[in-house]
Unconditional design. Structure first.
Length: 198
C-alpha cells in the first residue's frame, strides 16, 4: 500500500517518485507522516538551540540544505536535496541554486547596510526562500525555522510566535498565514510581519 496524502491549501503535492523517498515504509496516512516529521523537526530544533551561528554561516546553501536534512532526514531520502521537478509554486528547478545564492547575498547586504529592521530582514528571507521552494516538501516549516534562526542568532531577539497555532493542519491560524503569504507575494509584507509576532 502506497502513501496516500490529502493536501490542503498551500501544501505542495509530492510526485510519485518523491513519495518513494519515504524512509519509513509503515507510514500510510498524513497523520502518521506528520507525527514522524514532527519528531524529526524536534530533533533539528535541539541541534539548532544547542549552537549559535554567525550570519555568514546561516546565509549559505550548505547551511540551508543541512538544516532541511536535519529537519526531515529521518523520514525522507531527499531531505536537504534541491527538488528535481517543477511544482505548483516556486521557480523553475534549474534556477534554485542561483536564486538561493542571490537571496543569501541580498540578505547579508540588508543586514550589513541596515536596510530593514531585524524582523523585516528575517521575514523577507523567509518569504523569498519559500517562494523559491528549494525542496520537494517542508519548505514552509523550513522557512519559518530559518527566520527564527536569523532573528535569534543574528539579532539576539525573541523567536517568532507564528500565530501560536498549528500551521500544518487546516485551521483559522493557517488560513491567516496563507493569506499573509499571498499578500507578501504582492510586495505587501505588513500582514506577514504582524502574523509572525502574533
Amino acid at each position: 500500500m502506497g502513501l496516500d496524502l490529502q493536501y490542503i491549501d498551500g501544501q505542495t503535492p509530492l510526485d510519485e517518485d518523491e513519495k518513494e523517498g519515504l524512509l519509513i515504509p509503515t507510514i500510510a496516512t498524513r497523520a502518521e507522516l506528520d507525527e514522524f516529521e514532527q519528531q524529526n523537526i524536534e530533533e533539528a530544533l535541539q541541534w539548532v538551540l544547542a549552537r549559535s551561528f554567525k550570519a555568514e554561516t546561516i546565509f549559505t546553501e550548505k547551511f540551508i540544505r543541512n538544516l532541511h536534512r536535519r529537519m526531515y532526514g529521518s523520514v525522507w531520502g531527499w531531505a536537504g536535496k534541491f527538488r528535481t521537478t517543477n511544482k505548483n509554486l516556486g521557480i523553475d528547478k534549474w534556477q534554485i541554486p542561483v536564486a538561493l545564492k542571490n537571496l543569501c547575498d541580498d540578505t547579508l547586504f540588508w543586514k550589513n547596510e541596515g536596510i530593514y529592521s531585524p524582523d523585516e530582514i528575517a521575514i523577507r528571507f523567509k518569504h523569498r526562500i519559500v517562494s523559491i521552494h528549494c525542496f520537494p516538501n517542508g519548505n514552509g516549516r523550513h522557512s519559518r525555522l530559518m527566520a527564527d534562526i536569523i532573528i535569534d542568532n543574528v539579532y539576539a531577539l525573541p523567536l517568532f510566535s507564528w500565530g501560536t497555532g498549528d500551521l500544518v493542519q487546516k485551521s483559522d491560524t493557517r488560513a491567516d498565514y496563507i493569506k499573509a503569504i499571498k499578500l507578501a507575494d504582492n510586495e505587501n509584507l505588513d500582514q506577514l510581519l504582524q502574523f509572525a509576532r502574533s
